[in-house]
Ligand binder design. Structure first.
Ligand code: SAH
Ligand code: SF4
Ligand code: F3S
Length: 464
């Protein structure tokens, strides 16, 4: 529910257009959140601009997961400050807002070090953005909203009025109670919470009416989803995905990120039985060493991960497996690293992300005295990434010669090309008419390039 007092107040100034510029860093959930902030501000007359100097409101939606997250924020804020000052010289006011996970963790520090920032708010309070803007307009000083409110922001967000294309993110679960030793997310996103089923169905239906064909369900532990169903029972991810697959127009369902411990037998079976559920699974393992997995508080062993992958591959032999790895967690010895390399070589991944361990303030691993030397982390990471890259190339090469459905989502880089995604999340382009964008067609893949595949439309193919 949008604060209507503000819409009334601005009514007299409706003739002048207002612009909003959002900079989004971090994970898909931040992308989703940024889109919802746009939805919230649209009724107040704000239009999105990609030109920051044109914006009356600049929102920096931040990520705290690794590296020098806070420093990166201050450096970007320095740039935004210049824009604000330039606009001030032209007689235009600018609101600078810092959102997201750094805002949640470092809100007070941001306001202290960068007093030209007007608003700071965390991932669970952005539904109050219209009110915060109103407070700024009343010149009542800076605004900080980084509590974890009792109300759920989702109850206050308007239905989307625009889709960003034919694929969309939809947050169904948020927060995390797992407290892995290295991870800041439980502190920035708060406790795990699943949205009610009906709210998700309504949002997905709306997105499909706006032309969306593929929805990626988001959650920090999305496969632990347990939302209140319309029948009064608790629904799991499988039941939710089955229901969503009946929405007219929705062709594809994905979900991310899953925790190995929440990968139920019924979810594995759904990869075999539910055609809309795409054969792609991001299942982070982080390490192949039991010692490190224990130190990380991941709650499973390497053997359990191997067994889980076996089960998944049995149910859906062509599944594209993806993972995250952290290299150099405190205490990781060379033997621990070798165990990770062994796991990678045994399982083989279609794609994966790998990171050097980065100490996060407030997490248990950050205070460990057993930190791995930086150059050692670099060398291990490089060794791992070489193998992961080869595995990705091999996975893509194995697609050559196959005929697979591609959902076209945009124009290709070259004239006359259109591009889209395979069920395995590979980028594929073909020569084809723009009118096919938004449709799914069969494509015979005939070439594997560095980052994508190319192929030919199967001539007689009609939209699938
Ligand atoms: N919920 C997901 C992960 C979310 S964070 C899960 O449980 O797997 C995304 C990824 O960032 C993690 O999988 C991890 O590989 C990486 N990451 C998180 N904290 C990190 C840190 N302190 N240093 C390096 N990488 C980190
Ligand atoms: Fe972070 Fe672990 Fe929660 Fe994933 S499961 S969000 S890595 S604490
Ligand atoms: Fe980053 Fe927060 Fe997402 S720390 S990865 S934006 S949950």
């Amino acid at each position: 529910m949008v604060d209507t007092s503000f819409s009334n107040m601005t009514h007299s100034t409706q003739a002048t257009e207002r612009f909003l510029h959002v900079i989004t860093w971090g994970c898909q959930m931040n992308v989703y959140d940024s889109n919802r902030m746009v939805d919230l501000l649209r009724p107040l007359g704000y239009k999105v601009t990609d030109k920051s100097e044109k914006a009356d409101i600049l929102i920096l939606n931040t990520c705290h997961i690794r590296d020098k997250a806070t420093e990166k924020v201050f450096s970007e804020l320095g740039r935004l400050r210049q824009i604000k000052e330039y606009r001030e010289e032209q007689g235009q006011e600018t609101i600078i807002a810092v959102a997201g996970c750094v805002a949640q963790a470092e809100g007070e520090i941001i306001l202290k070090r960068a007093p030209y920032v007007d608003i700071v708010f965390g991932p669970q309070t952005y539904h109050r953005l219209p009110k915060m803007i109103l407070d700024i307009a009343r010149k009542s000083g800076n605004v900080i909203e980084t509590d974890f409110p009792v109300e759920s922001k989702f109850d206050f967000l308007p239905a989307p009025e625009e889709a960003q294309g034919h694929t969309a993110f939809l947050t169904i679960q948020e927060g995390c109670d797992k407290f892995c030793s290295f991870c800041v997310v439980p502190y920035t996103r708060g406790a795990e919470e699943s949205r009610p089923v009906q709210a998700i169905i309504d949002e997905a239906t709306r997105l499909c009416e706006l032309g969306v064909k593929e929805i990626s369900l988001l959650g920090q532990n999305v496969n632990a989803y347990h939302g209140q169903g319309p029948d009064g029972n608790i629904w799991d991810l499988v039941k939710l995905a089955e229901k969503l697959s009946t929405i007219p127009g929705l062709k594809r369902i994905r979900y991310t990120t899953s925790h190995p411990n929440d990968m139920s037998d019924s979810l594995i079976a759904a990869h075999r039985d539910l055609p809309a559920l795409m054969p792609f699974l991001h299942l982070p393992v982080q390490s192949g060493s039991d010692r490190v997995l224990k130190a990380m508080n991941r709650g499973h062993t390497a053997k359990e991960y191997y067994e889980l992958v076996d089960k998944i591959k049995k149910a859906r032999p062509d599944i594209a497996l993806s993972s995250d790895f952290i290299i150099g967690h405190p205490g990781e010895s060379i033997d621990d690293f070798k165990a990770t390399m062994k796991l990678v070589n045994d399982i083989t991944f279609a794609m994966a992300y790998s990171f050097k361990y980065s100490p996060r303030p407030g997490t248990s691993a950050a205070v460990s005295t057993n930190q791995v030397l930086e150059n050692e982390k670099d060398a291990r990471l490089q060794e791992l990434q070489t193998v992961l890259k080869d595995q990705q190339t091999k996975f893509n090469q194995d697609t050559v010669g196959r005929t697979i459905p591609i959902l076209f989502t945009n124009k290709g880089r070259k004239e006359g090309q259109i591009a889209g995604k395979s069920p395995y999340l590979q980028a594929v382009h073909v020569q084809g008419d723009e009118s096919l964008i938004g449709q799914e067609h069969l494509v015979e893949v005939n070439e594997c390039l560095t980052f994508s595949l190319s192929g030919n439309l199967v001539k007689e193919s009609i939209p699938l």
